[in-house]
Design a protein around this ligand. Structure first.
Ligand code: ZN
Length: 287
């Protein structure tokens, strides 16, 4: 099977844990000033369904509950100004050099020093030298598969190339017919969460403004018959339920505590010696 390299953004990169981030020449991490970016799409030259496929790829990143970054669709454009720092983020189809499946040209501030690394403009192009589809058909490259990867560069996550990275969205090469990059690996989720983490702390007490970065503190401060809440993230701690009180937990919340359909994970022990703990909703997992 033919494997094509997807070229990264034209910036330095550094690996952190199971993901990589982009840095300026001066070593500052590249990040948008606010956690959002809108893209215009020019689907001329792309297969039918391209706009929907590209939006789906953006939404996959937006949906990460532990990050507050939001990609939005700004409508169609007739612009073909790929790689032009004009303040408009665009997605286009056009010719690139052979061997490059798609690319993300990214611009950021280098001055003044206090703003070094702030994102300015990102343009994605799918190389029409290759055959594209929105169906994952054999012999064609899937727009959503590669688009999700390229929008990872927009965050500014970096390409990964070791064998251990091969199932991740940010793995730096793709095959025809491949669709696995449409779904994020935990390391991809950890990457966006590292760069654009929730503004709120990871645990809170329902009906109050009290927030905590440690689940134990949230439990300790929850009154009898009260409810504490946890975000869909990993708590690296041991949780002791050891007070003479009845408390409830709603787990698996998003950044803003508005929806809790996901999983909170304790990477440690859960020990209950006194009182009771009831999981009211969401899911609590032990790791
Ligand atoms: Zn790439």
């Amino acid at each position: 099977m033919c494997t094509i390299f997807i070229l990264a953004t034209l910036v330095w990169t550094a690996n952190i844990f199971g993901y990589g981030v982009c840095t300026t020449n001066g070593g500052k991490e590249i990040i948008w000033e606010t956690p959002d970016a809108a893209y215009l799409i020019n689907d001329s030259g792309g297969p039918s369904g391209s706009i929907t496929a590209i939006i789906e790829g953006m939404q996959t990143w937006t949906d990460v509950a532990t990050s507050d970054f939001i990609f939005s669709y700004g409508g169609t454009t007739t612009s073909t100004a790929h790689g032009i720092n004009d303040g408009n983020n665009i997605v286009t189809f056009g010719l690139l050099e052979v061997g490059t499946l798609a690319e993300n040209r990214f611009f950021y501030k280098t001055w003044p020093p206090s703003q070094e690394g702030e994102g300015l403009d990102s343009d994605i192009r799918f190389n029409t030298y290759y055959s594209w589809s929105t169906t994952g058909s054999p012999g064609t490259y899937d727009v959503q598969n590669v688009g999700t990867h390229e929008h990872g560069h927009s965050l500014c996550l970096a390409d990964l190339y070791t064998g251990a990275d091969s199932e991740k969205t940010m793995y730096g090469s793709a095959s025809s017919g491949e669709i696995k990059k449409q779904t994020l690996d935990q390391d991809d989720i950890d990457g966006i969460t590292y760069l654009y983490t929730c503004p709120n702390l990871k645990a809170s007490i329902e009906g109050t403004s009290s927030e905590y970065d440690v689940l134990q503190y949230a439990y300790d401060n929850t009154p009898d018959m009260g409810t504490f809440q946890s975000q869909a993230t990993v708590f690296v701690e041991n949780l002791f339920i050891d007070m003479d009180k009845t408390v409830y937990l709603k787990a698996g919340y998003d950044c803003s505590y508005s929806d809790n359909i996901l999983i909170s994970t304790i990477n440690g022990d859960l020990t209950i010696t006194e009182g009771t703990l009831t999981i009211l909703s969401g899911t609590l997992a032990l790791q």
